[in-house]
Write a new protein. Structure first.
Length: 587
């Protein structure tokens, strides 16, 4: 009886525990998450394509375009004239997926594409509110994560930059902006951009993958194995034909430039280029090195040594376009001198579209005569004109002597600001501005004494879907004596189409260009009406000079090729319309 009495409470207690455990298990089995995560849409990209996908009526809809077809304009991302992303969210098929409803963002890789998936939960859910607090979803403002900040979610932007100096627990995503991961910063997820630039400090930590649509060399790189096992994996080698050209002084010049770039900017960039000019029988070369000091704002120090065929006409037309004119038509629109020396500079990019450079240049110059009997495809028996042919004989003789015997030491500065779309320059509005300054003094051991400057501002203004007004103003001047190869010239390509090329010269000038351009529907053709006006003066005065005007018309084929007629308006004799052509995008 005693044994039975002792077992009874033990059995009762055991049965009670079993029942309680079953009850708890039943409770856990019966629990259901009242909030469900719902996929809103996905963005896809690789090195060639960008697109999106979304599910409708149980079926996936996917669309992809080449990167060139995707345009970022202010707060809008435009594809084939349709806005797919703007300040409110993602727009497709008459529907808008609002960024305010995004509660989670996941980055994966599927089918060869990087996939950015956007999810939502119930808008009234307390959990959804907590999730949004963990993320920074700021589509159209620059995001900066300071050193002492910790973000437990994802940092996301559409077209603005993201800078991380603290710690981010998940992904860092800027679709079309740049991403900077600073010193000692930590990103425990992926770093993702479609067309932006990714700058990683040498001791930054990225525990996920680096996904870029424009730089496939970037991959999975943890802070503990960031230092390269072999340099050729991480060093970028570019080769271009910048020393290959054709003109009336060097004739045919063949050569290449090789540039080595460290993607992380830890090592300096270096380049070496050279070529041989067959008519002038001269070797051309350039050796340079540049070290990035800061990534944001971008700051670099550099220097180079060179022996080049130089021209002060680069602002009128490029070497490639001029070479094409020389080969095809036997026309060379540049004047030249040989420049041999060295240069040191500092370059800064404080904002996305602005580049500023300042430095010191030393050069010894040499005069070279033109080789007039060069071959051209359609030039016939036409010979090339002499070097500096438009200058009067007395000025030319003095200029030749100065070029052949002088040394120039000068400080210089230059700045450029350009928001134009290079792929479709006549479809979107934009600004283009450039300023240059050169200061040469005998105190620097220079043979010259002058301050020379030029400022150019252009506006590409869309008036209608098919109409654009292009306006440019240029002002240039100097004090002191300018040698022949440093004077300002007006007339012809790049200035006033109705006049002979470089017909006027002086130490002061101003210029204005107006072009009214109309696109033809469903074609690559366009037509324009052109008005050019300018004036050249001496010794800082325009009193003894006349304002020059010309009117012209032009036909465009695509964005680059333009052919037209222009007539000078300053006289009624010897003023026949002049035929002109441009082979690259230009005013």
């Amino acid at each position: 009886m005693r044994k039975t009495t002792l077992l009874h409470p033990f059995l009762i207690g055991t049965l009670s525990l079993i029942v309680a455990a079953g009850s708890v298990q039943a409770q856990y089995k019966e629990y259901q998450d009242s909030s469900t995560r719902e996929l809103m849409f996905s963005l896809l990209f690789d090195e060639d394509f960008f697109g999106y996908s979304f599910t409708q009526d149980g079926e996936e809809n996917r669309f992809l375009w080449n990167h060139e077809a995707v345009k970022v304009r202010g707060r809008a991302v435009i594809v084939e004239g349709e806005t797919i992303l703007d300040g409110s969210g993602f727009n497709v098929d008459g529907r808008t997926f609002r960024f305010d409803d995004v509660t989670d963002i996941r980055v994966t890789r599927s089918g060869g594409y990087n996939v950015i998936s956007f999810y939502t939960r119930g808008a009234d859910s307390e959990r959804a509110t907590r999730i949004r607090r963990g993320n920074i979803i700021n589509p159209h403002q620059t995001v900066v994560i300071d050193e002492d900040e910790f973000i437990r979610g994802t940092v996301f932007s559409v077209n603005e930059d993201i800078e991380v100096y603290g710690e981010v627990n998940k992904d860092v995503i800027s679709l079309f902006g740049d991403i900077v991961i600073g010193d000692d910063a930590v990103v425990r997820g992926d770093v993702v951009t479609v067309t932006g630039r990714i700058d990683l400090a040498g001791n930054a930590a990225v525990y996920g993958s680096i996904r870029s649509g424009i730089d496939t060399r970037l991959g999975r790189r943890h802070r503990y194995h960031r230092f390269r096992r072999t340099y050729n994996v991480y060093l970028d080698l570019d080769v271009d034909g910048s020393f290959t050209r054709y003109n009336r002084v060097d004739g045919l010049s063949l050569g290449f430039t090789h540039k080595f770039t460290d993607p992380d900017s830890i090592l300096p960039s270096a380049w070496a280029g050279g070529g041989y000019a067959f008519e002038s029988k001269r070797w051309r070369y350039e050796l340079g090195i540049e070290q990035t000091i800061l990534r944001h704002p971008a700051l670099a120090l550099g220097g180079r040594t060179f022996r080049l065929l130089a021209s002060d006409d680069d602002w009128l037309l490029s070497n490639d376009e001029n070479s094409a004119f020389a080969v095809v038509a036997g026309e060379d629109y540049k004047d030249y001198y040989e420049s041999e020396g060295a240069q040191a500079y500092v370059r800064m990019k404080p904002v996305r579209d602005l580049t500023v450079e300042a430095g010191f240049r030393y050069e010894e110059t040499k005069w070279l005569e033109a080789e007039r009997d060069l071959w051209s495809l359609f030039g016939g028996e036409q010979t090339f004109s002499p070097n500096f042919a438009r200058v009067d004989s007395a000025t030319r003789a003095a200029g030749i002597l100065e070029i052949d015997t002088s040394t120039n030491y000068a400080f210089y500065g230059q700045a450029s600001y350009d928001t134009r779309d290079r792929d479709e320059p006549y479809y979107y509005p934009g600004w283009a501005a450039e300023a240059t300054l050169e200061w040469s003094r005998p105190d620097l051991n220079s043979d010259f004494d002058y301050t020379r400057y030029r400022l150019s501002v252009a506006r590409y203004q869309k008036l209608h879907r098919r109409i654009m007004l292009i306006m440019r103003g240029v002002y240039g001047g100097s004090d002191g004596y300018l040698p022949m190869h440093k004077r300002h010239y007006l007339g012809g390509l790049g200035t006033m189409y109705g006049y002979k090329h470089k017909e006027f010269s002086g130490d002061y000038f101003w210029l204005a260009n107006f072009e009214y351009r109309v696109d033809f529907p469903r074609s690559d053709l366009a037509a324009s009406l052109i008005w050019d006006v300018g004036q050249v003066g001496e010794s800082g005065s325009f009193d003894n000079s006349e304002v020059k005007h010309s009117l012209g018309v032009a036909l465009y084929i695509g964005s680059d090729f333009k052919i037209g007629l222009a007539k000078r308006l300053d006289r009624s004799y010897d003023d026949k319309p002049r035929l002109f052509a441009r082979l690259t995008f230009s005013i």
